[in-house]
Design a protein around this ligand. Sequence first.
Ligand SMILES: [Cu+2]
Length: 176
Amino acid sequence: MLIARFAVFVAALGSVVAFGAGLAGAGGKHGGEAAHVFSFGAPGKARDVSRTIAVKAGDMNFQIESLRIRDGETIRFVVSNVDEIDHDFTIGPPALQARHRAEMMEMMQSGQDMAKLHDDANAVYLKPGETKELIWSFRNVARLEFACNVPGHYEAGMRGRFHVDPLTSGPRHATQ
Ligand SMILES: [Cu+2]
């Protein structure tokens, strides 16, 4: 499982690097497909960010239960761990979250530092008091969750849903 995951991660890194090289070679041409390493989007670029959403992780919740996002929107999440224990913030569909939980459980049980599993492109792992940024360019918002996959935390309620925001259109609508 871990080996498979690592392979996927390396493949993802490879395509991001390839995408960057392609960009440089094309003089800033907008590529795209190569960077879309997930069905639900890709790491976003700071220049595309339309909104910044602050998320506080602590007390077995994120203080937010759901978020409305437009498909195509790029969001900067500023995630702060205001707790005294580790948390993570992962964007993904339920099946990916479940896999992530299983992997973190394996790591915990084998005595490895769960922080090493992170930070994946779609996740940040935070020690107590840490704040990290995650910029994500969304696709297929409808079935996505945000969740903490530290063992026991999801089950305790540390999760929420992304909902498609149908009321506004266009990926660039600055609201910050
Ligand atoms: Cu947590």
